[in-house]
Design a protein around this ligand. Structure first.
Ligand code: NAI
Length: 330
């Protein structure tokens, strides 16, 4: 039996996590879930939103499945998600965006992989109030982090038979920080003559993605642009309810959907569990449970193809009904 850390999160987190656990168990994979809580609810009891026990659990088990955790906006504690990625040095945020069968979207054959640097940039959390009317946030970009994420993107491209990597920056304005990210990508690209390498500014990239997403293959971005562009890419394939993700480091991997805690639909049994399920499928592949991963994927695709969909995709199935439909097709 494999032990995996399970962070159920908050908002819609517990609903979609329960769906994933149920489906993985129905697929016959024997996992001992090491359940860990984090976020606003644990502050009262333990004083911090991300207690050491969560980090220790992932360090021990090496792999985690994680649901979203709410971060207060404009005030309050630092993001649990950002801290987790930083503490475990999960430097690569991998977000494949591919059309799903049965989910109607504006464009067919979208197949983009977003590779987002996950440890620095404006997410370093270095901010200060200069005076009452001025605030300052510092954007950190280092050569080391930029080169290793570029290396990750090109290695991923080679291993997954991808042909093209776009590096996405705003190096015309942030000449030093984005300039360094771009320079690092250029350097690594030279080692991979078999992969085509292109440079694009993030504003133009957004416009091109909306007009002609099929021209893109792998996108390599610093943290903030990666965060924004991956939500845009999720929109191309049916929305946040279907967009999967993974945070990968040298030693640990935390699989989680792209979306947040969706407070607007939390507790209503309306959430689409597809995003966490697709993330969990990657987790199963990662731990070597390839046949169960394949069977779950097929059951999800069969369900969607039978026009069984949650509310976000125009359907009327609740999260639990949708989950049961997947299980019946396993
Ligand atoms: P969100 O991703 O939670 O929601 C945006 C919209 O997408 C909402 O209308 C929501 O109902 C919908 N949506 C998201 N996931 C869905 C699903 N599985 N099924 C159906 N509809 C879904 O983004 P928002 O509202 O900006 O953020 C809410 C909170 O989540 C914030 O506190 C934010 O910091 C946090 N967050 C956490 C993340 C994480 O834990 N990795 C990632 C992104 C945001």
């Amino acid at each position: 039996m494999t032990t995996i850390t399970l962070i159920k999160g908050d908002g819609i987190g517990p609903e979609i996590t329960d769906a994933a656990v149920k489906i993985i168990s129905a697929a016959g994979v024997d996992i001992d879930w090491d359940i860990q809580t984090a976020g606003a609810d644990v502050i009262e009891k333990e004083g911090v939103p991300l207690p050491d026990r969560v980090i220790e659990s992932v360090k021990k088990n090496k792999v985690a499945l994680k649901s979203p955790v709410t971060t207060p906006i404009g005030k309050g504690f630092r993001s649990v998600n950002v801290q987790l990625r930083k503490d475990l040095d999960l430097y690569a945020n991998l977000r494949p965006c591919c059309n799903l069968p049965g989910v109607k979207t504006r464009y067919d054959n979208v197949d983009i992989v977003v590779v987002r640097e996950n440890t620095e940039d404006l997410y370093a959390g270095i901010e200060r109030q200069v005076d009452e009317d001025t605030a300052e946030s510092i954007k950190i970009i280092t050569r080391e982090a930029s080169e290793r994420i570029a290396q990750f993107a090109f290695d991923y491209a080679v291993k997954n038979n991808r042909k093209l990597v776009h590096v996405v920056t705003k190096a015309n304005i942030c000449k030093l920080s984005d300039g360094l990210f771009l320079e690092s990508a250029r350097k690594i690209a030279q080692k991979y003559p078999q992969i085509q390498f292109k440079e694009i500014l993030v504003d133009n990239c957004c416009m091109q993605l909306v007009q002609n997403p099929n021209q893109f293959d792998v996108l390599l971005l610093p943290n903030l642009y990666g965060d924004i562009v991956s939500d845009l890419c999720a929109g191309l394939i049916g929305g946040l309810g279907v967009a999967q993700g993974a945070n990968i480091g040298k030693e640990y991997a935390v699989f989680e959907p792209v979306h947040g805690s969706a407070p607007d639909i939390a507790g209503q049994n309306k959430a689409n569990p597809t995003a966490i399920l697709m993330s969990a499928i990657e987790m199963l592949n990662f731990i070597g449970e390839k046949s169960a991963a394949e069977r779950i994927k097929k059951a999800i695709f069969d369900t969607l193809n039978s026009d069984i969909k949650t509310f976000d995709l125009g359907g009327s199935y609740t999260c639990t009904e949708f989950t049961d439909e997947i299980i019946s097709r396993l």
